[in-house]
Design a binder for this molecule. Structure first.
Ligand SMILES: [Zn+2]
Ligand SMILES: [Zn+2]
Length: 137
C-alpha cells in the first residue's frame, strides 16, 4: 500500500515537473514573441515616421521646384554652382542653411553668380584655383 502511494507520488512528481518544464518554456517563448512583436512594432513606427518625413521633404522640394521653369540641372553652365538651374537659379535640392539661394549670373569676363537673396557669391574659378589668380584678368 505504501509502495503504491510512493509510486504514484513519483509519477505525479515527474509528470508535474514535465508539465512545469513545458509551461516554463511556453511562457519563455510567449515572452520572447511578445518582446519581438514590440520591437518590430517600434521599428515599424520608426520606419513609418522616417518614410513620412522623407515624403514630406520630397513633396516640399517638388513644390519648391514647381515654379514654371523647365529646370536644367545637368547643364553645368559656367558660373553657377553644381546642380543649380541656370534658367531660374534654384538648386535641385534645398540647400542646408537659412537661405534657399536664387543664383543669378553676374556680369564680367569670369563666369560667376551670386544669390539675389543673401548676396553669397559663387565663382567656378574660385572653386578650383586660388582666389587672387581667379579674380585678376
Ligand atoms: Zn529652373
Ligand atoms: Zn542665398
Amino acid at each position: 500500500m505504501i509502495k503504491t502511494y510512493f509510486f504514484y507520488g513519483v509519477i505525479g512528481l515527474v509528470g508535474f515537473s514535465i508539465i512545469g518544464f513545458f509551461l516554463f518554456h511556453l511562457g519563455k517563448g510567449l515572452l520572447g514573441m511578445f518582446s519581438d512583436w514590440r520591437l518590430h512594432r517600434e521599428l515599424d513606427t520608426l520606419e513609418a515616421e522616417g518614410e513620412s518625413r522623407r515624403q514630406a521633404k520630397a513633396e516640399s522640394n517638388s513644390k519648391r521646384l514647381d515654379n514654371g521653369c523647365e529646370h536644367d540641372f545637368e547643364g553645368g553652365l559656367g558660373g553657377f554652382p553644381p546642380e543649380v538651374c541656370p534658367k531660374c537659379g534654384i538648386a535641385k535640392e534645398k540647400p542646408t542653411g537659412p537661405c534657399d539661394h536664387i543664383w543669378r549670373a553676374g556680369e564680367g569676363a569670369i563666369p560667376h553668380s551670386s544669390c539675389e537673396k543673401c548676396g553669397r557669391k559663387y565663382s567656378a574659378a574660385n572653386e578650383h584655383g586660388s582666389h587672387s589668380s581667379a579674380l585678376s584678368p
